[in-house]
Ligand binder design. Structure first.
Ligand code: PAF
Length: 289
């Protein structure tokens, strides 16, 4: 919309920026924790394509403490605000919102939070109790603060995407949620801010994750059932002693029990050195289990 990207960190600054917009301008938001990469570029471009030149694109950069458990990587999470702002400006975002923790949470941990329900206790929720309560609470806050009618999220964090969609539906939020396919490096590794933690050796080892997804997709294509897909993937992962698999599961697209035939999702979480890598792929199941 504007030729200049504004960087705002206060609630009042945000309010006055939005109040100056022409009525009817469509507002999109891309929520991030910073350390932006090409996956985020893709989200910003998609946001612009959807709201058009007259629309408005906000990128939020906020490392949300309430989604990290004690002992997780909150303190060392990569932070690169200057580069992030430069990337947003290059991609033509209109506004970068970089609030402090005090601005978002008003000096206290929230006592009213968004309960992610049973889906929030599975998979990532089982490994990281409380994580999705923190995610949904901050996403809800950012939707309210930005007043966006369109929000874009990467499919890499697939459970997060499903839960955000669920929150929007169950709480009747007036936001359209768009899932954007995962961006990958040339060798197939899904882009993630946490890839910065991988040593060169671990970066090479990390390729077992996209390869496991390919094995899963091929097994499904050849007529394997959900159980057959999990078994092929698990056998491949088990051949690599250097990694630890937290889970390898096939679900339906909403994270329920997998169908016998039709669209499904393969979700993986694997620990490589100090890094947990999440990835997933769409499957088309063709034969009864
Ligand atoms: O996916 C992320 O980067 C975060 O979980 C999000 C959605 C920005 C909330 O802090």
């Amino acid at each position: 919309m504007s030729s200049e990207t504004r960087v705002i960190s206060s609630r009042s600054g945000l309010r006055s920026a939005y109040s100056a917009l022409p009525t009817g301008a469509r507002r999109a938001v891309v929520l991030t924790m910073g350390a932006l990469h090409d996956g985020h570029v893709h989200l910003v471009r998609e946001a612009r394509a959807r709201v058009g030149v007259d629309g408005h694109v906000t990128v939020t950069v906020f490392v949300n403490p309430t989604q990290f458990a004690a002992g997780e990587d909150l303190d060392r999470y990569p932070r690169s605000l200057e580069d992030d702002v430069a990337l947003c400006a290059r991609e033509g975002a209109d506004l970068v919102f970089t609030p402090s923790v005090e601005t978002v949470y008003r000096d206290a941990n929230p006592t009213v939070t968004v309960d992610p329900g049973p889906l929030g206790t599975l998979l990532e929720g089982a490994v990281r109790p409380g994580h999705f309560r923190g995610v949904l609470t901050v996403v809800h806050k950012m939707f309210s603060l930005t007043g966006a009618s369109l929000a874009l999220f990467g499919e890499k964090d697939y459970q997060q995407l499903v839960l955000i969609r669920r929150m929007v539906r169950d709480l009747d939020l007036a936001v359209e949620v768009v899932g954007v396919p995962t961006m990958r490096a040339d060798d197939g590794l899904a882009l993630s801010s946490r890839n910065a933690y991988l040593s060169d050796a671990d970066r090479r080892l990390a390729l077992v994750v996209p390869r496991a997804l390919v094995i899963g997709a091929e097994t499904a294509r050849e007529g394997g059932s959900a159980r057959g897909v999990v078994s092929a993937v698990q056998t491949y992962l088990d051949d690599h002693d250097e990694i630890v698999t937290d889970y390898a599961v096939v679900t339906d697209p909403d994270l329920g029990a997998p169908p016998e035939v039709g669209e499904a999702r393969l979700l993986l979480a694997v620990r490589v050195g100090p890094v947990r890598l999440l990835d997933n792929a769409r499957l088309s199941l063709r034969s009864p289990a």
